[in-house]
Write a protein that binds this ligand. Sequence first.
Ligand code: UDP
Length: 365
Amino acid sequence: MKKLSLSIMLCILALSISSVKTKNPAVLITGGAGYIGSHTAYLMAQKGYEVILLDSLEHGQTFDHSWATCIKSDFADKKILKQIFETYDVEAVMHFAGFIEVGESVKNPIRFYENNVVKTIKLLKIMIAHDVKKFIFSSSCAVYGNPQWLPLTEDHPKNPISPYGKNKLMVEMALQDFDKAYGLHYVALRYFNAAGAMPELGLGENHNPETHLIPIVLRAIIEKRPFYIFGTDYDTKDGSCIRDFIHVRDLAQAHWLALEYLNKGNCSECFNLGTGSGFSVKEVCNAVEKVCNHKLNILQKDRREGDPPMLIANPKKAKEVLGWQAQYSDLEHILKTAYEFTIQYRPSFIPPIKYDNYLKLCKKP
Ligand code: UDP
């Protein structure tokens, strides 16, 4: 009841802000309270867009961003979407909302197919009906499955091994057909391992439940708990998995460039977003110890099901076509921002960063 009335209040507030179409072009950001959505929303506001955030807030997030109109709602709610499209001059939709836990997608695929595929198709249908025909989609390197070659290029065969990866690929396939049939122009951005934060804005990674490496390692240090490495017998340089970590600010930048790209009348495309180099789980642990100046208690566990040994992007296409290049994805910078966010998010955790130590490591202040 409390939830419902809050939702209604937010909607009324949001929609009463403007009863006529606004001057600045607007961008609708689904999942705008989430990790990558919130960073992108901030950047889009900086770029002069009217930013409308739509989020169900079902994982306990909050949003009170002065730079955006925040609406608590399901992203496929026909009524709300209709009101938004009739109120604002929405140039594009950036679609971040979706379930992301790969393991959970294996256990409960119906939930994932319903949310990530069926509801996304509903959203697209409503967009098309309102003549909103630019779409930036949060896709994933999970569409490739186990790599046949590295670094991964966009034309690598698509053999996703989890329902989550299949969801992303299905939406990409639907987008191809919707482009041909309805003139919906899209860019699908295949993220590698999103990481880092903007602690100065209170934005960072805060999934519930958290399954990702960097926030888990940081919390292990802060909470003085052991960290478990899933698999140390992979055919990699040190036996642990290797991943390509990309700072969330770089991902945000790619979304803006993708919209610029569509605005110039270019055709629909998909792009890998990664740095082109990888770090092993053990290397990440070592770097965290240095940045935090604390020793980790590392314990070895069996491999986690469905983890490919190595995932590294070839980001050449994004560089050549979008003019995108990672600027903030130096590992130490990623870890420092993530650590500061974690401390800020749970102030009781401390310990503080040893800045002398950090500055020696960090190439990008
Ligand atoms: N990982 C780990 N311990 C953890 C969490 C993750 O060893 O507590 C490993 C995981 O097995 C994978 C890597 O860290 O090899 C990256 O996992 P994450 O879930 O962050 O990203 P993914 O690449 O699976 O999307």
